[in-house]
Design a protein around this ligand. Structure first.
Ligand code: ADP
Ligand code: MG
Length: 238
């Protein structure tokens, strides 16, 4: 069943069309990546799904609910940003539990769910530290725990690993896959990094200048690229 359905999505900024007539869907429990070069409209698509931008045209449904017009905090969706956006003045545990606190979840349950999340991302015992006492990879795990703690239907990722060095990026890739399968959460992951996208995704949406070039598994894209753009971009793994 389709969890997320994006239909004929278009976003114009003045006379720039950032996203043009984009349609795709994501099944429940699926790991889908949107892959494309810088400026191809990836972040704009995610921001519309999260509710931070309003589409010029088109529809975004979560299950059968139309999301266009619904405020971000009322969507059952969380987002992990490239800069992570951890609160520097809060501890790791407070960062993870922040949304639960806002939602009025009581303290004992917050503590329990935060602890479970710290275990999930292998940060047991880090709860009382400050984010600036953590490495880049550890901060990444905190951001991930924060996005998963309230068990959203869908988690959006905007290039979350791009600031990490190659070795750590590969490790975190594997970690993302593990955490996705352990939690059964649906992931929509945006990146310009072919290597990451091809190795972690069930399916990929290849984007170029705001339009979809092809949707398929890594194998589909390798074996039957539908355009020279896809062949070149997928072939460009280094
Ligand atoms: P990507 O994430 O793939 O790098 P973006 O979605 O950030 O691409 O941007 C797609 C296009 O839309 C770019 O040409 C960018 O300059 C433009 N754009 C994005 N956000 C805005 C905005 N708030 N105002 C004007 N133009 C924007
Ligand atoms: Mg972007």
């Amino acid at each position: 069943m389709s969890l997320l359905t994006v239909e004929s999505l278009t976003k114009e900024f003045g006379d720039v069309t950032a996203v043009r007539d984009v349609s795709f869907n994501v099944s429940d429990g699926e790991f889908v990546s949107i892959l494309g070069p810088s400026g191809s409209g990836k972040s704009t698509i995610l921001r519309m799904i999260a509710g931070f931008e309003t589409p010029t045209n088109g529809s975004i449904r979560l299950n059968t609910t139309e999301l266009v017009g619904v405020p971000p905090f009322e969507r059952d969706i969380n987002m992990v940003f490239q800069n992570l956006a951890l609160f520097p003045h809060l501890t790791v545990a407070e960062n993870i539990g922040y949304g639960l606190k806002q939602a009025g979840v009581k303290k004992s349950e917050r503590a329990e769910r935060t602890k479970k999340m710290l275990q999930m991302v292998h940060l047991d015992g880090y709860g009382s530290r400050s984010p600036d006492e953590l490495s880049g990879g550890e901060q990444q795990r905190v951001a991930l725990a924060r996005a998963l703690v309230n068990e959203p239907e869908l988690v959006l990722f905007d290039e979350p690993l791009s600031s990490l060095d190659r070795k750590l990026r590969q490790h975190m890739q594997t970690e993302l896959q593990r955490i996705q399968s352990e939690t059964g959460t649906t992931f929509l992951y945006v990146t310009h990094d072919q290597e990451v996208a091809l190795s972690v995704s069930d399916r990929l949406v290849v984007l170029n200048e705001g339009e979809i070039e092809q949707i398929g598994s890594a194998e589909d894209l390798y074996e039957t690229p539908e355009s020279t753009f896809v062949a070149d971009f997928i072939g460009d793994v280094n």
